[in-house]
Design a protein around this ligand. Structure first.
Ligand code: CA
Length: 229
């Protein structure tokens, strides 16, 4: 489960510690939060691939964390909820609030790891019509919204087209001719039009902290792949 960054939110320290050790042994990078407020702080600062969320938590319970996560922070990372056996009604409320899976306590660590792995795999396989992803970038083709981490980047339709072309295959060079053809099927208005659009795209992405649009002079542009940023 390489490059899977997990946040574990669990107030029972022994359980939290066991989960962390097990997931780390599986190759995950893991952070812990011991209450709901601390979890939201972490989620606002850092990009995670999967959230493991206990329901009964001090200072905001799991359900409130979920609601905040989906509505205020607008995060779509997969969430695995940990719940007590008798809490069927809160389980339903959690799915309503946007949980992806749940485990009933006491659970086996191996099963938890399997579920985290499955959630991560599902989220990283590009679904048709689902968002494109490259490193910290995410482009939702349905809503035409681009994000660096969780920050929305304001882009013109042409800049979005360029970003889409680059994100279709991160790391691959996209030539000037390919981009001009995509943006202006009848030919660009002038020879600098594409360069100005790339400049606007770079500037908007840089404002949100992304500087990975690389120029290969005379060849084209590419997005630095996640492993060489
Ligand atoms: Ca608890």
């Amino acid at each position: 489960m390489s490059s899977c960054h997990v946040l574990v939110v669990e107030d029972e320290q022994t359980i939290a510690q066991n989960v962390v050790e097990f997931l780390e042994a599986e190759g995950c990078t893991v952070d812990i939060a011991y209450d709901g407020k601390a979890a939201l702080v972490r989620l606002g600062q850092q990009t995670y691939d999967v959230l493991v969320l206990d329901l009964g938590l001090p200072r905001l319970d799991g359900q409130q964390v979920l609601q905040h996560l989906r509505h205020q922070l607008q995060l779509d990372l997969p969430v695995l909820v940990l719940t007590a056996r008798d809490a069927l009604s809160s389980k339903k409320a959690c799915f309503d609030a946007g949980a992806d899976d749940y485990l009933v306590k006491p659970f086996s660590l191996a099963e938890l790891a399997l579920r985290v792995r499955a959630l991560h795999r599902r989220a990283t396989v590009a679904m048709p019509g689902g968002p494109l992803r490259a490193g910290p970038l995410r482009l939702d083709l349905r809503t035409q919204q681009a994000f660096v981490g969780e920050r929305l980047v304001h882009l013109s339709p042409r800049c979005l087209q360029i970003l889409e072309a680059l994100m279709r295959d991160p790391g691959r060079l996209v030539s000037r001719a390919q981009l001009e053809q995509a943006l202006w099927p009848d030919g660009p208005p002038d020879s600098d039009a594409l360069r100005s659009q790339i400049h606007l795209l770079r500037r908007a992405l840089a404002q949100e902290g992304f500087n990975g649009v690389e120029t290969r002079h005379g060849l084209g542009w590419r997005l630095q792949a996640a492993d060489d940023v």
